[in-house]
Design a protein around this ligand. Structure first.
Ligand code: NAP
Length: 259
C-alpha cells in the first residue's frame, strides 16, 4: 500500500533509538524526509546512516535535548515547516510518589506533556494553512491502564492526552490530525533497563525478570520497534485523514478490556 506521503517532511523527536527510530525508519521507507532529534550525536549519526542505507531517503540529524526550549528551536530550525511531527522523549523514572517533589514532577510534566504541546503549538497553524498535517504523540499503555510505580508517567501523559482530545477536533477539518500511540512492552534499551532494575529490586536474574514480564503479554513476546513504526506511518498516511483524537494501544494483547 502506498501511504501517499512521499516527499513530505517529518520531525521525529527522540529518534535515534527504540520507538522513535522505528517511526523514522517507517516514514523514510515511504519516501518522507526525516529530521531526527536526540541528545547523543553518535547514535544519531549511526541511525541516520542506517535509515539512509535502508530507504534512500534524506535524513537530517539534530543533536539536542528536545525538552529544552533551545532544543526545540534547533529542531524547528532544521525542519521549519514539517508535515509530520512525532512527539517523543525519554520517559520519567519509576518510584514512590512520596519521594517526588515539585522539581521531579515538573521535569516529568516538561518532558512528557509540555514539550509535545509546545511543538504542536509551533507547527499546527502552518500545517493547517498547508492543508496537511499529521501529529503523533508517543505516550504509553499506562495512560489506559496505569502502572503504580509509573505515577509520573501516568500523570504527565494523561495531561497530554486530555489536551490532545480537545485540540484534535479543531484541526481535522484542515486535514491535520493529532493522535496518540500507546506502546505496551517493546524490546528497547529503556524497557530492558527497567527489566534489569526489576531483577535487582527483586533479587532475580535478568532472564527470570524478563520471563516474568513476558508472562503478562498474550503475544508471548516483546514488541518490535519496526511494528510500532508501521502503525505510526499509517496514522501519518494520506489515508488517515478521518482519524483524529484517538489513542491506539499496541501491546500484544496485554490490556485485558473489551474497549
Ligand atoms: P529508547 O529505546 O531508550 O530510546 C530513547 C530515545 O529517546 C533515544 O533516541 C534517546 O536518545 C532519546 N531521548 C531521550 N531523552 C531525550 C531528550 N530529552 N531529548 C531528545 N531525545 C531524547 O526508549 P523507547 O523505549 O523507544 O521509549 C520511547 C518513549 O516511549 C519513552 O517515553 C518511554 O517511556 C515510552 N514507552 C516505552 C515503552 C517500551 O516498552 N519501550 C513502553 C511504554 C512507553 P538520547 O538519549 O541520545 O537523547
Amino acid at each position: 500500500m502506498d501511504l501517499g506521503i512521499r516527499g513530505r517532511k517529518a520531525i521525529v523527536c527522540a529518534g535515534s533509538k527504540g520507538l522513535g527510530k522505528g517511526c523514522a525508519m517507517a516514514l523514510a521507507r515511504e519516501g518522507v524526509e526525516v529530521t531526527i532529534i536526540a541528545r547523543g550525536l553518535e547514535a544519531l549519526e549511526k541511525t541516520a546512516a542506517e535509515i539512509r542505507a535502508a530507504t534512500g531517503s534524506t535524513v537530517n540529524v539534530v543533536s539536542a535535548d528536545i525538552t529544552k526550549p533551545e532544543g526545540r528551536a534547533a529542531a524547528l530550525a532544521a525542519c521549519p515547516a514539517p508535515d509530520i511531527l512525532i512527539n517523543n522523549a525519554g520517559g520519567p523514572p519509576p518510584g514512590d510518589f512520596r519521594n517526588w517533589d515539585r522539581d521531579i514532577w515538573m521535569a516529568a510534566i516538561d518532558a512528557n506533556m509540555l514539550t509535545p504541546i509546545e511543538l504542536i503549538k509551533a507547527t499546527v497553524d502552518g500545517m493547517m494553512s498547508r492543508k496537511f498535517g499529521r501529529i503523533v504523540n508517543i505516550t504509553s499503555s499506562a495512560v489506559k491502564a496505569p502502572i503504580d510505580i509509573l505515577g509520573l508517567s501516568n500523570g504527565a501523559r494523561s495531561g497530554l492526552t486530555g489536551f490532545v482530545a480537545g485540540i484534535a477536533r479543531k484541526t481535522v477539518e484542515h486535514n491535520v490530525t493529532i493522535n496518540n500511540i500507546l506502546p505496551g512492552l517493546f524490546g528497547t534499551d529503556t524497557m530492558f533497563s527497567r527489566v534489569e532494575a526489576m531483577a535487582k529490586a527483586n533479587n532475580m536474574s535478568f532472564d527470570d525478570a524478563k520471563a516474568t514480564r513476558l508472562k503478562t503479554i498474550p503475544a508471548g513476546r516483546f514488541g518490535n520497534p519496526d511494528e510500532f513504526g508501521a502503525l505510526c506511518a499509517f496514522v501519518c498516511s494520506a489515508h488517515a485523514s478521518y482519524l483524529t483524537g484517538q489513542n491506539y494501544l499496541i501491546d500484544g494483547g496485554a490490556y485485558p478490556g473489551t474497549f
